[in-house]
Design a protein around this ligand. Structure first.
Ligand code: XMP
Length: 517
């Protein structure tokens, strides 16, 4: 399989470069610039992209990274990456007087292989122009020998460089950002035309290859997986099941903190697929450990620890288990700076499940660790998991415990489950479920006066929360129609005797978070 390597120098856009390349069905991987790059060679790597970064390039960087330009495959340097390329080849990089940030009109020059015939419009003199996105404080002010200038703007005369004999290219602007309208075409020119990458990174190819590699890795052993019902663990289960059938056992732990009918919904999805799922009713164990606990962080820790205890107990009872499967995905891998390929790793004390004891000596199987979330969803659909399940809003590991402020009790869980299911049902009926990123109800530990029938009520308050977000790092409160919200509030307060009042949370993240705890 052909592949592009992206060296991450700390740009906020590095993941975006990878996303864009994967969008064109070309496989790529991100490697941190702090990893050991000495082993990087031409074999299996068709091209290298150097990301942008917040630092100023200097001799120290040149000494550390000049070997990247000798690997032998084409190299594209973006922003900091271009400056590193220029300095390493004997050019000059200087600080610009003013930081250049935002849109720029760029003139392509010199008929380079990288930019030839790619243009947004043409000026009066007949020169091709590109609308690009700039974000830099330094720029190349003297071309290195062997390089020509392939792009310029009024403020940045050297906005692109090329040594075409070596297929080394540098761009001061960011082709990965959508505001660079022809950015995808430029990246495609580099990856496909200049590096010769195949566009074979498709869902069905991925499934075929992964199934093969799981078979080769696991051989005749058995695998255990903690199935949460979320997208990542569901897709991981379906994929491994395709490879090894009933040598996969899934453990679904009902901790009493799940949404209404969650366990039966998950069992229903996998019912006809022949997946071996053991439903573990651990509700009492969890609720007992949460008695009297009010601090959000304490709740999380108790739930994490209890989950491991329950999971370990159940897994140890299974025979011949050698592997623990997890639905780790690429953003988790990048964030933990463990950017390496390969699915099989000996288990370490810290991982998604939270650290199983070394005595279990399980190896870790993470078949979707190279995928972004949208790729996971596509694979899930290709594997025949219901689209509705793939479009489900995320649900936090500690479940309803972080949506019940104060002490968690079974009574509060029951009330919250009912209210939450009404909100979700109304969103679905109004065709609004997929227009918000996440929606749920929060249980507030206060009582309020109301009037129900002819009588006075003095009951609980719940808050509706619905947000829109791309990345869950920032979010906006969803601007749901008032009469819709009013209808939800009325249905909740009328049908749940223990609820007297419903409020809507209109806070963005930041300053709030999406969950209330
Ligand atoms: P916050 O509340 O931090 O949430 O704005 C961002 C996203 O993360 C989810 N979330 C969690 N998911 N374990 C999880 O698996 C957790 O402890 C946890 N806390 C928050 C939250 O639902 C939202 O989608």
């Amino acid at each position: 399989m052909t592949k592009i390597i992206i060296i991450d120098f700390g740009s906020q856009y590095t993941q975006l470069i990878a996303r864009r390349i994967r969008e064109m069905n070309v496989y790529c991987e991100i490697i941190s610039c702090n990893s050991d790059l000495a082993a990087l060679d031409e074999k299996g790597n068709n091209g290298i992209i150097l990301s942008g970064g917040p630092e100023t390039v200097d001799e120290h960087y040149v000494n550390k990274f000049s070997a990247l330009f000798e690997v032998g495959c084409p190299v594209l340097g973006i922003c900091f990456g271009m400056q590193l390329m220029a300095l390493a080849a004997g050019g000059v990089v200087s600080s610009t007087v003013r930081m250049e940030y935002g849109h720029a009109s760029l003139r392509a020059r010199g008929h380079s292989k990288l930019l030839a015939d790619i243009e947004d419009n043409v000026n009066e003199a007949g020169h091709g122009l590109l609308d690009v996105w700039m974000s830099h404080g330094d720029s190349v002010t003297k071309l290195p020998s062997g390089f020509k200038c392939i792009a310029s703007t009024t403020t940045t005369p050297i906005a692109g460089i090329a040594n075409e004999a070596r297929d080394h290219y540098g761009l001061q602007f960011h082709p990965e950002v959508k505001n660079t309208t022809k950015g995808l075409e430029i990246l495609k020119r580099f990856c496909v035309d200049l590096c010769g990458c195949e566009r074979d990174w498709t869902s069905s190819n991925f499934i075929d290859r992964r199934v093969e590699s799981i078979k080769n890795l696991v051989k005749t052993d058995s695998v255990v997986l903690g199935l949460s019902g979320g997208i990542d663990s569901s897709v991981t289960a379906a994929l491994i099941h395709l490879a090894i059938g009933d040598r996969l056992t899934c453990l679904f732990v009902d901790n009493g903190l799940l949404r209404k009918d969650e366990a039966s919904a998950v069992l229903e999805i996998f019912k006809n697929r022949g997946l071996k799922i053991r439903l573990i009713n651990a509700r009492e164990i969890f609720l007992k450990k949460l008695e009297g606990v009010t601090e959000p962080e304490d709740k999380r820790k108790i739930i994490g620890k209890t989950f491991i205890e329950v999971f370990e107990h159940e897994a140890q009872a299974l025979k011949n288990i050698k592997w623990l499967a997890q639905g780790t995905i690429y953003p988790d891998v990048i964030e933990s700076a463990g950017v390496k390929d390969g699915m099989g790793h000996v288990i370490k004390s810290h991982h998604n499940v939270g650290g199983l004891p070394e005595t279990m000596r399980l190896s870790l199987l993470e078949p979707i660790r190279n995928l972004f979330k949208d790729e996971v969803k596509r694979i899930g659909e290709e594997l025949g998991l219901p689209k509705k399940h793939m479009l489900r809003h995320p649900f936090p590991g500690p479940g309803l415990a972080v949506r019940i402020l104060g002490e968690v009790t079974n009574e509060k869980c029951e009330i919250l489950r009912e209210a939450d299911s009404i909100f979700i049902d109304e969103l679905e009926k109004a065709d609004l479920y997929n227009s918000v990123s996440q929606a749920f109800v929060v249980f507030l530990p206060i009582r309020s006066v109301g009037v129900k029938g002819d009588g006075r009520a003095y009951e609980y308050v719940v808050a509706l929360r619905a947000v829109t977000t791309d990345d869950y790092m920032t979010a906006k409160s969803a601007e749901l129609d008032f009469s819709f919200l009013n209808g939800v509030a009325t249905r909740i307060a009328n049908s749940i005797p223990k609820i007297a009042r419903v409020v809507y949370d209109i806070t963005s993240k930041p300053p709030a978070t999406i969950e209330w705890e």
